[in-house]
Write a protein that binds this ligand. Structure first.
Ligand code: HEC
Ligand code: HEC
Length: 281
């Protein structure tokens, strides 16, 4: 063996030992492990409607579910009152949009902090409803498992979209105004993705499912609700217990879809065509 070879092998050995010991350090960190194995898509569905995703029934919270869905206070775009929910100040049927911006939380807080916030036990209960506290973060720590909470942390920290990649939004008037929906997308590619993934359930023109049986169709959502499309189109939705109970035969659950963010943008552009994707408007 020549000198160079020996030096090379020595460097290689040191590198290997370093890599192995770093790996070891990480695996003794339980929180990091729980985060690494968490499922951000399940987190997206918990964020939409945790009670329905978990199959929890028989609680006061089920009757007041708008006050117990992350998206109701933090919104589909995670931006709270600085996003699409800017005008949502609270009513008998809807909580006020939270002041906290979860996209800032995503950028600034580490996983342990977010986990602890979610697992707090001092908020409003799921067994009673108190309108004086209706805008406060519920006591999730009393009903979520640690795995559920890690799925939510993963969703907030990684899986959730930065909605500015899908559309522009101006909230300066106090109401959200969308423009540039489907940023840079291609309608023809959108139709190919739609036909391959969505048509079998929603129909060729998006009217096969009457959403909530309120004469609203996918076309309406592509044009008016891009903030909700960017979420549900890819992560689906938990079983729609409320609308099924209200007798809506079209209500149900939508499985998560194996599509890309670019597919979503392409479909958003496709869906601006009112004659191809008619709506109620
Ligand atoms: C009824 C409204 C409401 C609901 C429902 C709600 N939150 Fe909150 N959340 C708030 C408010 C208000 C705050 C800010 C004050 C606080 O920390 O309690 C907050 C704070 C947070 C924070 C901490 C942000 C920080 O300051 O670091 C996280 C994380 C969070 N919520 C995640 C969630 C998740 C995940 C869900 C669903 C499982 C959820 N929230 C459901 C109202 C709500
Ligand atoms: C296996 C059937 C199925 C497939 C495939 C499917 N969906 Fe759905 N989708 C549903 C059902 C059922 C609902 C209605 C749930 C409800 O509102 O109760 C729904 C609801 C939605 C909603 C939300 C409407 C609401 O309830 O707020 C959007 C957006 C949506 N689908 C988009 C898509 C897109 C885009 C695709 C293709 C990438 C797709 N879906 C594929 C069954 C499906």
């Amino acid at each position: 063996m020549n000198k160079l070879k020996i030096i090379f092998l020595a460097v290689l050995a040191v590198t290997m030992v370093t890599i192995i010991s770093c790996g070891k350090e990480e695996s003794t960190n339980d929180n990091q492990d729980a985060y690494d194995t968490a499922d951000g898509v399940r987190g997206a569905r918990l964020y939409d409607h945790a009670l329905n995703e978990l199959g929890i029934t028989g609680k006061v919270a089920n009757e007041k579910s708008n006050f117990y869905r992350c998206k109701s206070c933090h919104s589909w775009d995670l931006l709270g009152s600085s996003g699409v929910a800017v005008s949502q100040t609270g009513s008998a049927t809807k909580p006020a949009a939270a002041l906290v911006d979860l996209m800032e939380v995503r950028a600034n807080d580490d996983i342990d902090e977010i986990f602890e916030h979610i697992m707090a036990t001092d908020g409003p209960s799921f067994d009673t409803f108190d309108e004086n506290h209706q805008n406060e973060m519920p006591a999730w720590g009393t009903i979520l498992s640690e795995d559920d909470a890690w799925d939510l942390v993963k969703f907030i920290k990684e899986t959730a979209h930065d909605v500015s990649e899908f559309y522009d939004m101006d909230i300066s008037s106090g109401q959200a105004v969308f423009s540039n929906i489907g940023k840079g997308g291609d309608a023809a590619a959108g139709l190919t993705a739609y036909n391959a993934n969505c048509k079998s359930c929603h129909g060729a023109d998006g009217t096969q499912i009457n959403i909530y049986c309120q004469d609203e169709y996918l076309g309406d959502m592509f044009r008016n609700d891009p903030h909700e499309i960017q979420h549900k189109a890819i992560w689906g939705m938990p079983n729609d217990v409320e609308h099924i109970a209200a007798g809506c035969a079209d209500a149900g659950m939508m499985p998560a879809q194996n599509i890309t963010d670019q597919d979503i943008r392409d479909m958003m552009v496709m869906g601006q065509d009112e004659s191809a994707f008619p709506g109620a408007e």
